[in-house]
Design a protein around this ligand. Structure first.
Ligand code: SF4
Length: 77
């Protein structure tokens, strides 16, 4: 059902994010942290194949459940 190479659509919920930074550590090409408040910044809502595995891992590692897969559309920026 879940092909690891399947295109991803990511979304982040900054209201839930606690700034743990796991996402930016795990998938630095996809997630960053805001310089001011430390909250997640979504760099790519539809990462390329080379970053999808890391992005999926980041979803699982986020302690706040702030990263959604296949969100309808990103509000990241
Ligand atoms: S891992 Fe989750 S809680 Fe931590 S910065 Fe990323 S989105 Fe926020």
């Amino acid at each position: 059902m879940s092909d690891p190479q399947e295109p991803l659509r990511l979304g982040v919920d900054r209201d839930r994010c606690v700034g743990a930074g796991m996402c930016a550590l795990t998938a630095p090409e996809v997630f960053d942290q805001d310089d001011e408040d430390g909250l997640v910044v979504l760099l790519h809502s539809a990462p390329g194949p080379e970053h999808r595995a890391a992005a999926r891992m980041a979803v699982g590692l986020c302690p706040a459940g702030a990263i959604a897969l296949n969100a309808p559309d990103s509000t990241g920026s």
